[in-house]
Design a protein around this ligand. Structure first.
Ligand code: GCV
Length: 642
């Protein structure tokens, strides 16, 4: 297999007027590339060395050589290649995977950048997919789940599999393997069997034959991603079997081909007293019961990709089962492709979280990269829900590319800092001028906290509009709705205060964490302020570290968020000389929307919650512009389920 010749870096992508991409063509690195299978390198690692014979990129595999070439190019472009280089890099996670929530009709669930790049039902867009694969290779991403976890059984139909094989052929030279999401009732729905019971021999045989068929078409097929018994999707529990029964049956079918099963822990039953408790409650009893080629794919937080959540307690809990983190790069809960939110700091916060499990290696990154329990991890993986579509700039917002980029970089090296990732992205994308880089870097680095402030400060969560998860609707309560899909389930606002009591006198969720976290979260005195309403129900007049009452503090945070977006607008205005007109104007226009949305959030939330607190918006913050009744009438046309 030839190494893919062209080198491009996500940051260098730039659209022209007819919607095609001007990608930087060939590698401009000045080095000899050597592939040597005897080198002491893990996986697709590489070395960059200055030797008496000149600069060399050394790798054990061709893909490793490709990664090394991209890495050198990055160093050159960011002005870091001038000294003597002696670099060795090996990936933190073996499988670095994008999850596309793309449907076979080319829509994308929670996608904000246009239709699916796979162009289902149309000729395979070879050049587009090559570019996509090349961008991924430039940051080390080596897997794509092509279809939505809300998977239709049709995905496994022969004609679609042939199509998947064509896509796999295009991506293979760039080291990107394909995976598929599967629907658990495929044997019945697609295969015509009377059941999809995982313990039924005919069902097991159906999956074995399907695996054989897939591997005959795609010899390096990665494996299955499964959402089962979650949000109405079928699963083993429909047959009174466990998640382990279901996952293991699929794992056995894939095992002869080294395929893996990524079994999601995103499960929650309607009307449970605390949704945050459920994944842990369901999966902990199954710890150790999964096959070696199963990984439990767990969202970073226990509920659902909220602007801020604590890490999922499962990461510290399971010691006999391989786990992987799932992040959401698409901004379902952070302004779609309209808001500038650099997600790297959120990813880093989770990866660096110390679970305090009983092991020398206890952070989420250390556990899921297999350091803590190496005997349990046959392979390691990390996933990000893609924010990619057919839009000219791939992600709908030029800065949303930075989150895709950061996911890849952190998946490759979980120890990188968000700041160095942002800096290199800016330098490659826009300009290396410090007058540009430093203020824009600061904007990126604070952007997630800013979004938390103007949407859900101090541990608030899931108070989104029921229909679209874009704007605020803390009052949303249609008749007959499922309780845990209502904002009030999460904010619990009343005259006595606000917040979800997950302490020992509430849902007890704190005890899913190891000490000292459990007691720290449990106590109002020691719970970090940014998670206060996640763990506590707080009286409105509770005194905060700032000396303000809780109510005043909350209003200040909302207002701070709005003001910060205005600062970003000024930063971007000053950045004009360094950015081409098209991209500058596109980002400017999006910041204008973001500022208006931030006001919408602030004004809706302070007025709505003010009805419970009975307290006025403090005089030293900007007063709401539009009355609550007017804001309640806003209905966006962005339909999708829950
Ligand atoms: C793909 C949330 C989203 C759903 C998504 C689900 C999941 O509930 O709103 O769109 O479904 O998470 O991760 O499975």
């Amino acid at each position: 297999m030839a190494i893919a010749a062209a080198v491009a870096i996500i940051g260098c992508s730039k659209s022209n007027d007819d919607g095609t991409w001007l990608l930087d063509g060939s590698p401009k690195v000045n080095a000899e590339v050597v592939v040597d299978e005897t080198l002491d390198l893990v996986n697709d690692g590489f070395m960059i060395k200055d030797t008496p014979e000149g600069r060399k990129v050394l790798a054990r595999t061709e893909i490793g050589a490709l990664y090394g070439t991209y890495a050198l190019q990055r160093l050159e472009r960011t002005g870091q290649a001038d000294g003597v280089l002696d670099i060795k890099e090996e990936p933190s996670f073996e499988r670095r995977i994008l999850n596309h929530w793309d449907n076979l009709n080319n829509t994308i669930e929670r996608g904000y950048a246009g239709w699916s790049i796979w162009h289902w039902g149309e000729p395979v867009p070879v050049e587009l997919i090559k570019e996509y694969a090349r961008l991924n290779a430039s940051i080390g991403i080596n897997g794509s789940v092509l279809n939505n976890v809300n998977a239709t059984p049709e995905m496994l139909r022969r004609d679609y599999l042939e199509r998947v094989a064509e896509i796999a052929d295009v991506m293979r030279p760039y080291g990107v393997r394909v995976y598929l999401s599967v629907n658990f009732s495929s044997p019945a729905a697609l295969g015509g069997l009377p059941t999809s019971d995982p313990l039924d021999p005919a069902v097991q045989q159906w999956w074995r034959s399907k695996a054989e068929e897939i591997y005959s078409l795609i010899p390096d097929f990665g494996g299955f991603l499964v959402k089962a018994n979650s949000e109405g999707l079928p699963g083993p529990q429909d047959f009174s079997r466990t998640h382990a029964d279901g996952a293991n049956m699929l794992a056995d079918a894939l095992e002869p081909y080294d395929g893996i099963v990524m079994w999601r822990a995103f499960v929650y039953a309607p009307n449970s007293p605390d949704r945050a408790n459920q994944a842990y409650d369901e999966f902990m009893p199954l710890d150790g019961e999964f096959r070696d080629n199963v990984l439990i794919q767990i969202k970073n937080g226990p509920v659902d990709f909220q602007p801020r959540e604590p890490f999922s307690p499962l990461f510290g809990g399971m010691t006999k089962t391989a786990m992987m983190v799932e992040f959401q790069i698409t901004q379902e809960y952070m302004g779609g492709s309209n808001h500038l939110v650099y997600l790297s700091t959120q990813l880093e916060e989770c990866l660096d979280s110390d679970t305090h499990c009983d092991n020398e290696y206890s952070t989420v990154a250390e556990i899921t990269s297999g350091k803590a329990y190496p005997e349990v991890y046959n392979t390691t993986a990390i996933a990000g829900v893609a924010n990619i579509g057919r839009d000219k700039n791939w992600c709908g917002h030029y800065f949303a590319q930075s989150s895709w980029y950061a996911f890849g970089r952190l998946a490759w090296n979980a120890e990188l800092s968000s700041e160095e990732i942002a800096r290199e992205w800016l330098q490659q994308t826009f300009s290396t001028e410090p007058e540009f880089v430093e203020p824009v870097l600061d904007m990126m680095m604070t952007s997630r906290e800013t979004a938390v402030d103007y949407m859900m400060p101090l541990g608030l969560h899931h108070i989104f509009a029921g229909e679209h998860h874009y704007g605020p609707e803390p009052w949303y309560e249609p008749e007959g709705a499922r309780l845990d899909w209502l904002p009030k389930y999460y904010h619990q606002a009343g005259p006595d205060g606000i917040g979800f009591d997950r302490t020992r006198s509430g849902s007890g969720n704190v005890d899913q964490y190891h000490e000292p976290l459990a007691s720290m979260y449990n106590s109002l005195e020691t719970c970090p302020e940014e998670l206060l309403l996640w763990f506590h129900h707080i009286p409105w007049d509770h005194r905060m570290a700032s000396g303000r009452t809780f109510w005043d503090e909350m209003c200040h945070r909302y207002d701070r968020g709005v003001k910060k977006v205005r600062e970003y607008q000024a930063v971007w205005d000053a950045a004009k000389p360094y950015v081409d007109e098209e991209r500058w104007e596109a980002v400017r226009a999006k910041l204008e929307i973001q500022e208006s949305d931030a006001r919408w959030w602030r004004d809706a939330c302070v007025q709505y919650f003010g009805e419970f607190s009975g307290m006025p918006v403090p005089a030293d913050v900007e007063q709401p512009e539009r009355p609550l009744e007017e804001l309640k009438k806003i209905k966006l046309n962005m339909k999708h389920h829950n």
